[in-house]
Design a protein around this ligand. Sequence first.
Ligand code: Z5A
Length: 219
Amino acid sequence: MAGASGKFITFEGGEGSGKSTQARRLAARLQKAGIPTVLTREPGGSPFAERVRSLLLDPATPAHGALSEALLFSAARADHLDVAIRPALSAGAWVICDRFMDSTRVYQGYAADVSADVLDALERAVIGATRPDLTLLIDMDVKAGLARAAARRAAGTEKREHPDRFEGRELSFHETLRRGFLDLAKKDPRRCVVIDGSGSEDAVAERVYAAAERALGIA
Ligand code: Z5A
């Protein structure tokens, strides 16, 4: 668990599921409720980890295996935890992170070939006791999620620095990711809550807030 002071909430989900939108909205609502809140993301969230993010997501980065990728995501995560997440939790803030360890399990494990043993070892070494108190998995129909992401690209409001290396993969890849996330949530029901990502942003935000309230209690 995150420790005696702050709470650690992570958002997970497939492309276009709306998790970044919901992470932002929850952070704003908690701040408004008087809870000091830090919104961060992975890969990234610290100066070093943002450099690693650029390398990982840049389509010009030469092809490399899933193990190299898992190690790079983990290196970025180790620094992000040391520089940003643990200090914020120790200071009593709630930390909301857009993607975290479950993305490595799913993208580099389920959908690639890094073994569970290696991923377990990386989690022990990098995350240690700083596991999320709550993980909100925004789940939705894969085609609908990809359509949202495509609409954002067409509107020119893409948030990425580069078109993503993970983009443009076949539908079955995204279906595998969805199954992977749902499977992880099923295996860890005390930490993970599956949120239906369909419907308006407002409707999903209400589901997210209700889940956070139920799991963590928001005074
Ligand atoms: N990755 C990995 O492989 N291993 C790891 O350990 C980690 C990550 C940590 C990071 O990409 C990539 O790194 C990611 C996994 C991999 N690969 N992919 N793909 P990123 O950070 O650049 O992007 P992302 O995390 O995948 O997020 P995203 O695709 O940008 O989407 P999102 O966060 O789910 O959605 P959004 O930005 O909130 O919303 C998408 C659009 O839909 C946007 O225009 C919204 O305005 C709209 N939207 C949101 N909600 C709604 C509703 N309810 N209705 C209608 N429209 C909506």
